[in-house]
Design a protein around this ligand. Sequence first.
Ligand code: FAQ
Length: 312
Amino acid sequence: MNDEQKLLEFEAKVNRNEKIEPKDWMPEAYRKNLVRMMSQHAHSEIVGMLPEGNWITRAPSLRRKIVLLAKIQDEAGHGLYLYSAAETLGASREEMLDDLHTGKAKYSSIFNYPTLNWADMGAIGWLVDGAAMVNQVSLMGTSYGPYSRAMVRICREEAFHNRQGYEIIAKMCSGTDQQREMAQDALNRYWGPSIMMFGPSDKDSPHSAQALKWKIKSETNDSLRQKFITQTVPQAHARGLTIPDKDLKFNEETKQWEYSEPNWDEFFNVIKGNGPLNKLRVKTRKDAHDNGKWVRDAAEAYAKKNATRNVA
Ligand code: FAQ
């Protein structure tokens, strides 16, 4: 078969909703787009550990500390599955991490915002994990086998993350006036960045058309954003919170919440590396990587020693 016939066969397989597996033939553009998206996703998981990691030592109770620790460890696990899934496409772990540390690769814009107080732990679980889950549920049905299967387990864990965040917010909303104000303030700061997590609007999303055709994505950025907003607004209202969008209104015909256009100047500025904390996040991640070198070296030496012993 020549490449044209292989492409037709590949597209027919995708259209039959069969999975593409690592050793199957695939167009180079499919492989490249997936490596870009999966490595960006993996980077988001491990950089996403940093804003919450800042609060482990300041959790208000032992129970909250245990829950937060478990959640952050889950995010490390997600990074691990995703780097491994990207490796099945020939990407090397060292190169992916190098791209993150040199600023060549992106990670989710949301993690460039500061976590100022405990209410932000609630906002991250409720809004950020909530948005991540809406996006990742849609990725469960996509065409690349290892990525779509990783999403199944990740989504189960995100559901727990989402609930623990909402529980923090709900508890604060039934507390003192000051606690209610903290919950509202966290929502005010995290709402805009959360709805931007879904990426630029469809008309400005260069990768979407090809990604939808090859089922690398199953829904557009705007459609996922709308789903998240429709799911989240009633949750805010149930706790007496106000979504910080003066144009938000329910459309009785479509049964959807209409919302204001996100601040795209802010979004593009953040993904170019100029958000409030981009430089600090990348530096902290790179320092953690450098400081962990002795652990990687020891693990490698141990594996080598065991391999020799097994051969003997
Ligand atoms: N941040 O053409 P599109 C989590 C870039 S996981 C930064 O629409 P695409 C768990 C995009 O890369 C969160 N950059 O791109 C957690 C492209 O630039 P490039 C991460 C963004 O790929 C919770 C350019 O804009 N989830 O949070 C963003 O078709 C709590 C044009 O955009 C995933 O990565 C952004 N928000 O659609 C962890 C899910 N949006 O690469 C810890 C998988 C867009 O050409 C604590 N990824 N860009 O230089 C996806 O679903 C897609 O990649 C999208 C973007 C929807 C994010």
